[in-house]
Design a protein around this ligand. Structure first.
Ligand SMILES: N[C@@H](CCC(=O)N[C@@H](CS)C(=O)NCC(=O)O)C(=O)O
Length: 413
């Protein structure tokens, strides 16, 4: 657990599992985060008086750095008696790219005529990857237009240019025309949500608050994560309806979606070789692989994917300590979500409208919507009503689909 106390500044390097033992750690970490965020707000307020936006942001960064140092020092001081508390870490800011990498093949675009955000986003994804589904759920719900590059999950030619080989990944155009490269679904959502809440600061500058960090865990294994990924940088513009309790609850369930719920999907959907093939056939349908890839590539993805994931699912089941009755873990998780919703007595976790926690949990679950596991969940839990309520709003706000790269033979358009 000590690696969780990594003395980085603004947020958890590795989000805490949700149990009472960790709550006090979380509270202490939040104190440091609040301190750094207050410094950031202060610097932004101060710099708002300056005329140059570049200068403004440098000041904000300086403020955040002072906050970060103060927060880190405080945490280090409080932890110095614990010999495991200090873990080396490195930070890498998001990459800036002058232009779209050569050969980027846009597959489709969602264009919303009402989108006035000014954002230019290219999403590199696998259509049914739960993390990618989360990002799309958020962008669609917010009515943001974006372009999609459907990446071949086996060959991954479309992300060959990138040193990070995971999806989702986005390129977002900044004011100066260059693109900022963001990875990690939760960090992408937090960055875009921060930008939509406050347009004073360029998205590329805001991205500096979500650097990649690497650190060593208790077993000496090097791990990577994105700092602040569950935090929105509200500064002095916290939305009126956003209470501290709601903000914390949103973070709690977003973390749960990433650290718990998502890990139940593979052991369920690839439980047997038959189920694994069924799942991949659904992926091919949902991802319209027939449309975007030649037949040999589509079949390669189905056969290699289904076989590999069936084998990997067994390992994941052990890693996440799941019993042979893997469905029961999924039902328990969904019951936990439903019980909390009932307790709050609101249509969505965030209130009358879906919040980031609703969209994250919805996104994760939508990745298996065509699978037997999801059908079983509808029959055995109460998740259905909430799920379809969120889905209706997400689909209502989504931009219109425009296909760009059509190489296959059958189109369902
Ligand atoms: N924490 C990341 C996880 C992303 C992730 O693991 N993506 C999977 C696809 S579902 C991937 O790209 N795996 C390829 C790999 O690990 O090489 C996020 O939230 O975006």
């Amino acid at each position: 657990m000590s690696c969780l106390r990594l003395a980085v500044s603004l947020n958890s390097a590795r989000p805490l599992p949700l149990n009472s033992q960790n709550l006090s750690l979380l509270a202490r970490r939040n104190q440091n985060i609040s301190l750094a965020r207050r410094q950031l707000s202060k610097a932004v307020e101060e710099s708002a008086r300056k005329t140059s936006s570049n200068g403004t942001f440098k000041l904000a960064l300086l403020g955040a750095s002072i906050g970060a140092v103060a927060g880190s020092s405080y945490t280090f001081y409080t932890n110095f008696t614990d010999k495991n508390a200090h873990k080396e870490h490195e930070r890498t800011p998001p990459k800036m790219i002058d232009a779209l990498p050569a050969g980027v093949r846009i597959t489709k675009r969602y264009v919303n005529p009402k989108d006035n955000t000014g954002l230019d986003i290219v999403l590199f994804q696998f259509q049914t990857c739960p993390f990618c589904c989360k990002v799309r759920a958020y962008l669609d719900y917010m009515g943001v237009s974006y372009a999609v590059v459907e990446v071949d999950a086996v060959l991954r030619q479309d992300i060959r240019w990138s040193s990070v080989k995971k999806v989702p990944m986005v390129l977002i155009r900044q004011g100066n025309g260059a693109y900022v490269q963001m990875t990690d679904s939760s960090a992408i959502i937090s960055l875009v949500a921060t930008t939509l809440n406050d347009k004073r600061i360029d998205v590329g500058d805001l991205a500096q608050f979500y650097p990649q960090i690497s650190f060593f865990d208790d077993d000496g294994k090097k791990r990577q994560d994105i700092l602040n990924k569950y935090f929105l940088m509200y500064q002095d513009r916290t939305p009126k309806n956003m209470t501290k309790e709601l903000e914390e609850n949103e973070r709690k369930w977003r973390t749960w979606a990433d650290n718990h719920l998502v890990h139940l999907i593979s052991p369920n959907c690839y439980q047997t070789i038959g189920e694994s093939f069924e799942t991949f056939e659904w992926f091919a349908k949902a991802g319209e692989w027939d449309v975007y890839f030649p037949k040999w590539e589509r079949d390669l993805m189905v056969y290699c994917g289904a076989t590999a994931m069936w084998a990997i699912a067994k390992m994941l089941k052990r890693r996440h300590d799941l019993s042979d009755d893997v469905r029961s873990h999924m039902y328990d998780a969904l019951d936990k979500w439903s019980v909390e919703l009932k307790k709050r007595n609101t249509k969505f976790m965030a209130g009358k409208q879906p919040g980031l926690s609703d969209l994250s949990v919805f996104g994760v679950l939508s990745s298996m919507e065509g699978c037997q596991t999801f059908k079983d969940c509808l029959l055995n839990t109460n998740i259905g009503k909430w799920f379809y309520d969120v889905k209706e709003l997400v689909e209502q706000n989504r931009g219109q689909l425009h296909r760009e790269r059509i190489v296959g033979v059958s189109s369902t358009a």
